[in-house]
Structures are given as structure tokens and as C-alpha cells.
Design a protein around this ligand. Structure first.
Ligand SMILES: *[C@@H]1O[C@H](CO)[C@@H](O)[C@H](O)[C@H]1NC(C)=O
Ligand SMILES: *[C@@H]1O[C@H](CO)[C@@H](O)[C@H](O)[C@H]1NC(C)=O
Ligand SMILES: *[C@@H]1O[C@H](CO)[C@@H](O)[C@H](O)[C@H]1NC(C)=O
Ligand SMILES: *[C@@H]1O[C@H](CO)[C@@H](O)[C@H](O)[C@H]1NC(C)=O
Length: 364
């Protein structure tokens, strides 16, 4: 019978382009992963947006290393959530907006390049409140399929993985490069306030296990450094200072939620330090270049990977992306993403705490 069952699974998978190997082997073993965020986690949602400014397909050479074609991911290959899904023995989660039959018992990925916590950040992308409304639609569909009790159980055991906030600070820094410290703190308070209310809503729907990648060293992006030729090889201080302010507030906010909400557990991956160290000491991690991008043009090859929006701008492409930390002016290579994902998944308390994502999944 097992063989017949397997054959049936193979036939069904052929029809639905799924796979049989990732079927749950036993109750309780199957993991569910919901992903919210920005370009660092977007598996191609923006391709399905109506707005032509932020939407549309990405050109080659995005995707060249792993997929062999562009998938909408801003890297040469897989992103952090793709690796996390694979470590959890899940299939790579497709973009939520892809018009296919989704298996939401695996989870869903709502992330959108350019998206922020605040709806004002990069209009035309999927802001966090919009991602939350998509998640609510998924919850509804799970309740219909599994019933309220089983759906709640699945939502309580699921891990909710976030990378969000960076774009809010890029946008703020671009508009107010000389903002005073009180004004910066007020802005961080607004971002964290809105983020906290989204987390409370997810908790209200059953979510208990929240995992964050914190804001990165924003001033170290090749695209950001290219804005200021006087920096030399240094990172721009101000954008990174905003990220640090955010990261301290994020840690406080999550700690408060843990104290207030029974059963709430979280993980913060210190992306700021992990990526910052790779930028400063690339050879320690097997990279040759931590400063410039593999793909692009201009200073640090910070711009126009793939030829820019209309694909016609000249750009250079390195022959081996795995020698680089950065694939384009703002996004890391698949090799760097794998290293970062390993730290999120099973990194020690110096990088992922109070839990790592593997421990969050294992927690009852
Ligand atoms: C795009 O537009 C169509 C038709 O107006 C609409 O049904 C769909 O929800 C829109 N998609 C997004 C992602 O906004
Ligand atoms: C910010 O301050 C610098 C000097 O500190 C000045 O050169 C620049 O014009 C200011 N920018 C804005 C947008 O006010
Ligand atoms: C959320 O952001 C809006 C601006 O988009 C702001 O007016 C509001 O005060 C923020 N809410 C919280 C709780 O911080
Ligand atoms: C492509 O975009 C650039 C601006 O980024 C513009 O100068 C150029 O004319 C565009 N080329 C085409 C063929 O549309």
C-alpha cells in the first residue's frame, strides 16, 4: 500500500508540480514557515505587482547561479528564507502572489522588494500592513481546509520570519539626511510602534514564534557608499547609525512582548554584525571582496546590475559570484546568504538569541 500511496503522490505531484519527498512523515513533524519582509526575503512577489515602477521581472544575471534564470530574487541564487525552508525540510516557498495552487500548510512568503513597515515607504510595493492582510487571507483558507482547531494548532507551531525596516530607514535618510537625534528617535518609535501592532495581530491569530533578522549595516551597501565618493572604502556612518537605533528598539520591543504575551517566543539574528563582519573581513569567511558588488556599474559597482530598470545600461559582471559578499549594490550573493541562513537556523547566542530558528521550531 505504501508503494501505491507513493505512486499516487507522484502522479498528483506531476499534476501540481509539487514534490513527494516533503510530505509530512508523521503528525507533529511537519513545519510551517511564514515569511514577511523586503527584498532580502522576496522570492519574486514584486513580479506580480500592477505598479510598473516597482513591479516587473528582474533581468538576467539575477538567478544565474542556482535557478539558471531570473526568478525575481535580488541575488545570483537562493535567499535566506529559501535556505531556512530547506533546513526545515520544506520545499522553497513560492511567492504568495504567484497564481498557483498554494500548499499553505507549508507556510507562505509575502515579502516584497522595497517594502517597509510604514505604508508611506516606497508606495507600490507590498508594505507590512498589506502583507498582514495577505496572511489573514491565508489563515482563513487554513481554517476552511483544516477546521478552526487544527488551523490554530498549525499557526501556533509555525515560525514567522521577518526582514523589515531597512527600507523605512533608507527612505527616511534620503528625505532627511540631517535629521536631529530627537526626530530620528521619533521616527524609530513610529516604525517600532507599527511593527509591534502587526506582531500583536499575528499573536491574536495564533502566532507564537517570531524570528527577526535585524536591520543591516545600511551604510555599507555598495549603492549607499557610491552616493558619497569621499568615503573612500569606509561605510557611510549615518544610515548604519539609524539601523543601530532601530535594532536596540527592536530588541526592547520583542522583550516587552515576551513579558506581556503568554507563550510568545522570539529570535533575533544579529544580521547587522554578521554582515558587517563579512564586509570588513571577507577573507575570514572565504570571500575575496566585501566592498564592491559582483554585478553593476559605477563606484563599488553599486548600480545597474542587469542593465538597470530598462535593461539597457552598461554594467559589469564578475566571473565568480561566490568570491563576493555583495551580488548587486544592495543584496548579498547566494554564498553569503547560505552563511547567514546557517546562523539564523542554528547560530549560537552571539548571533541568534534568545533562541535560534531551529530551537523555535522544536519548541512545543
Ligand atoms: C492587480 O490588479 C488586479 C485587477 O485590477 C487585481 O485583481 C489584483 O488584486 C491586483 N494585484 C495586486 C497585487 O495588487
Ligand atoms: C546636510 O548638512 C550638510 C552639512 O553638514 C550640508 O552640506 C547639506 O546640504 C545638508 N543637507 C540638507 C538636505 O539639508
Ligand atoms: C504607525 O505609522 C503611522 C504613520 O504611517 C503613524 O501615524 C502612527 O502613529 C504609527 N503608529 C504607531 C503605533 O506608532
Ligand atoms: C533607459 O533608462 C535610462 C535612464 O535610466 C534612459 O536614459 C534611457 O533613455 C532608457 N533607454 C531606453 C531604451 O528606454
Amino acid at each position: 500500500m505504501a508503494d501505491l500511496g507513493h505512486l499516487f503522490c507522484v502522479l498528483v505531484s506531476l499534476l501540481h508540480s509539487g514534490s513527494c519527498n516533503d510530505q509530512p512523515k508523521a503528525q507533529g513533524e511537519h513545519k510551517t514557515l511564514f515569511v514577511f519582509g523586503d527584498s532580502l526575503f522576496d522570492p519574486g512577489n514584486n513580479q506580480y505587482l500592477n505598479d510598473s515602477v516597482e513591479g516587473g521581472a528582474l533581468p538576467w544575471p539575477y538567478g544565474e547561479t542556482y535557478f539558471g534564470h531570473s526568478t525575481g530574487r535580488l541575488s545570483d541564487g537562493r535567499l535566506v528564507p529559501d535556505f531556512v525552508a530547506q533546513f526545515a525540510k520544506l520545499p522553497i516557498l513560492p511567492p504568495y502572489l504567484q497564481p498557483i495552487t498554494h500548499r499553505f500548510t507549508d507556510g507562505a512568503n509575502f515579502a516584497s522588494a522595497g517594502g517597509g513597515v510604514l505604508v508611506q515607504t516606497h508606495p507600490g510595493t507590498i508594505s507590512l500592513p498589506m502583507q498582514l492582510s495577505y496572511f489573514k487571507a491565508v489563515v482563513k483558507s487554513l481554517r476552511q481546509k483544516l477546521g478552526d482547531v487544527a488551523a490554530k494548532k498549525l499557526l501556533m507551531k509555525a515560525v514567522y520570519l521577518f526582514s523589515i525596516g531597512g527600507n523605512d530607514y533608507f527612505s527616511f535618510y534620503t528625505h532627511y539626511p540631517n535629521a536631529t537625534q530627537p526626530y530620528r528617535r521619533q521616527y524609530v518609535g513610529m516604525v517600532i510602534g507599527n511593527l509591534t501592532s502587526v506582531l500583536k495581530e499575528i499573536y491574536g491569530l495564533g502566532g507564537r514564534k517570531i524570528a527577526f533578522q535585524n536591520a543591516g549595516p545600511l551604510g555599507c551597501l555598495p549603492a549607499m557608499k557610491a552616493r558619497d565618493p569621499q568615503l573612500g572604502s569606509e561605510c557611510a556612518e549615518e544610515p548604519s547609525a539609524l539601523a543601530r537605533l532601530h535594532n536596540r528598539a527592536l530588541a526592547n520591543a520583542l522583550k516587552k512582548l515576551e513579558n506581556k504575551l503568554p507563550g510568545f517566543k522570539y529570535s533575533i539574528f544579529d544580521y547587522y554584525s554578521a554582515l558587517g563582519d563579512r564586509v570588513q573581513n571577507p577573507s575570514k569567511y572565504g570571500f575575496k571582496n566585501g566592498k564592491a558588488a559582483c554585478c553593476g556599474s559605477g563606484a563599488y559597482k553599486g548600480q545597474n546590475c542587469g542593465g538597470g530598470r530598462n535593461g539597457t545600461e552598461p554594467y559589469e559582471l564578475c566571473s565568480n559570484p561566490s568570491e563576493y559578499v555583495w551580488f548587486d549594490g544592495g543584496h548579498t550573493t547566494e554564498r553569503a546568504n547560505r552563511q547567514l541562513a546557517e546562523l539564523i537556523w542554528s547560530g549560537g547566542p552571539r548571533f541568534s538569541g534568545p533562541y535560534n530558528v531551529k530551537q523555535l521550531f522544536e519548541h512545543p
